[in-house]
Design a protein around this ligand. Structure first.
Ligand code: GLA
Length: 387
C-alpha cells in the first residue's frame, strides 16, 4: 500500500525527497458513549482499517494535500501562512486544522510538506475517519519535523484541531483511541485524568460485527454540540448541591438523590445517561476481565436503551438495526456506537452464528428502512504508526 501511495505522490506532485509512510486506524467504541466530555470512562479500540498516508518535506512553506478517496477534488494547495477553515476545502480542512493546532500549541513547523492519503474506513460511518486523518497528520508532523510530542499529546492536539478549527466540540475519545490503540486490546481511558490501560479483548468464539446503517449524518454536528450544552447545564445545576467537577464523579445513587435540582427535564435525562453509562463502563471492563462475556453483552444492550431513551441520539435506523440484532440467536449484545444519529452499531456475535446474523439483520433492516445496510467483521489493531 505504502509503495503504491509513494508512486502516486511522485506522479501527481513530481519528484522530491523520498516520502515516508504512515497509518492511523479507525475506531469502534465498545462501551462508554457520551461519557468523554463528562469526565467519565470510555472503552474504545482501534481497528485494522484506517487511513494510509505518505509525506515528504518541502524546501518552501507550501502545503499540498491529495486524497485518493476524493480524487475529483484534485490537489489542495495552501501554505503555513494561510491556515484557515473554508467549507470549499472539504476534507483538507482536517489536515490544515492539525497543522494550525500544532502551531497554536507552540510547535514550530519549519517547512511545508506534500501529503497524499488513502483511507478504507467507510465514509460518514461513525468509525472516525476524520479523527483518523487528524491523528495521521499529527504523526506525519511529529516524524517529518522531529517534534518532541508523545501520542497522548498528539491526541489532544488533534482534538484541539477538531474543536477549534473544524468547530465540532467533540471529546477526546476518538483521537485518543486512534493515537494509543493496541492490537487485540481496548483502551480503558479515564477522560478526566487521561490515565489509561490496555485491556485484552479475549472473546473466545465471539466476533465483533459492525453494522453500518448507511444513514447520512445530516444535522449530526449541531445535535452533538446541543447534547454537550445540555450536559453542561445539568452539571451546573447539580453543582449547586454537590461538590463535583464532572458528571463522572457521581454514582447512580448520588445522582438520583440530587437529580431534582436539574431544572430542565431534558438535561436531567442527558445527565442520567452520562452517569449510568460511566458506571456501566466500569462494570463492563470488570466483566470482560473476568471473561464474563454474557454480562459484558447485557451492558451493551443497556447502553443502547439509555442512548435511545435518555440521551436521544439513536433514531429509527440505529434502533431498527439494533432491535433486529437483539432477536438473533448467538447475539451476546448490540448497541449503537459513536456519536449516533446514524452511523454504526457494534455487535458481539458467536462466530458460528455470524453468517446467519448478517443475513437476517440485513433483511430485517432493509425491510424496516427501505435500503440495505452493510456489515463488517472487524479486528482490533494498533494505534497510529510510521510504516
Ligand atoms: C463522537 C465524539 C467523541 C464521543 C462520541 C460519543 O465520536 O467524537 O468524542 O463524544 O461521539 O461517545
Amino acid at each position: 500500500m505504502i509503495a503504491k501511495l509513494q508512486q502516486e505522490l511522485e506522479r501527481r506532485m513530481g519528484p522530491g525527497e523520498a516520502a515516508a509512510g504512515f497509518f492511523a486506524p479507525g475506531r469502534v467504541n465498545l462501551i462508554g458513549e457520551y461519557t468523554d466530555f463528562n469526565g467519565g470512562h470510555v472503552f474504545p479500540c482501534a481497528l485494522t482499517i484506517g487511513t494510509y498516508g505518505v509525506a515528504r518535506r518541502r524546501g518552501d512553506r507550501r502545503i499540498r494535500l491529495y486524497s485518493l478517496n476524493f480524487a475529483e477534488d484534485g490537489i489542495y494547495e495552501t501554505s503555513l501562512d494561510e491556515l484557515i477553515y473554508r467549507d470549499i476545502d472539504g476534507w483538507s480542512n482536517y489536515a490544515k486544522g492539525v497543522v494550525w493546532a500544532f502551531r497554536e500549541k507552540g510547535y514550530a513547523i519549519p517547512a511545508g510538506f506534500d501529503f497524499l492519503c488513502y483511507g478504507n474506513i467507510p465514509n460518514q460511518s461513525g468509525l472516525s475517519s476524520s479523527a483518523s486523518l487528524e491523528v495521521l497528520v499529527s504523526k506525519v508532523l511529529i516524524e517529518l519535523f522531529g517534534l518532541p510530542v508523545e501520542m497522548v499529546e498528539a491526541a489532544l492536539i488533534s482534538q484541539y484541531a477538531e474543536n477549534r478549527f473544524v468547530g465540532v466540540n467533540c471529546g477526546i475519545m476518538d483521537q485518543f483511541a486512534i493515537a494509543n490503540g493496541k492490537q487485540g486490546h481496548a483502551v480503558f481511558l479515564d477522560t478526566e485524568t487521561l490515565s489509561y490501560r490496555h485491556v485484552p479483548v479475549r472473546l473466545d468464539g465471539v466476533s465483533i460485527v459492525i453494522g453500518n446503517t448507511k444513514k447520512k449524518r445530516g444535522l449530526h454536528d449541531s445535535k452533538y454540540n446541543e447534547r454537550r450544552r445540555e450536559c453542561e447545564q445539568a452539571l451546573q445545576d447539580l453543582q449547586q448541591v454537590c461538590r463535583i467537577r464532572t458528571l463522572g464523579d457521581l454514582t447512580e445513587a448520588a445522582f438520583e438523590e440530587a437529580a431534582h435540582v436539574i431544572h430542565e427535564e431534558n438535561c436531567r435525562r442527558r445527565a442520567r445517561h452520562a452517569v449510568y453509562e460511566n458506571q456501566r463502563t466500569l462494570q463492563a471492563v470488570k466483566a470482560l476481565q473476568e471473561q464474563d462475556i454474557a454480562t459484558f453483552g447485557r451492558l451493551l444492550n443497556a447502553s443502547h436503551i439509555s442512548l435511545r431513551d435518555d440521551f436521544e441520539v439513536t433514531g429509527p435506523e440505529l434502533d431498527a438495526m439494533v432491535e433486529a440484532a437483539w432477536k438473533q440467536p448467538g447475539v451476546l449484545g448490540a448497541r449503537m456506537t459513536g456519536a449516533g444519529f446514524g452511523g454504526c452499531t457494534v455487535n458481539l456475535v458467536e462466530t458460528a452464528a455470524v453468517p446467519g446474523f448478517i443475513e437476517q439483520v440485513g433483511r430485517m433492516y432493509e425491510e424496516a428502512v427501505g435500503y440495505p445496510g452493510e456489515f463488517y467483521v472487524v479486528e482490533i489493531g494498533d494505534g497510529a504508526k510510521r510504516i
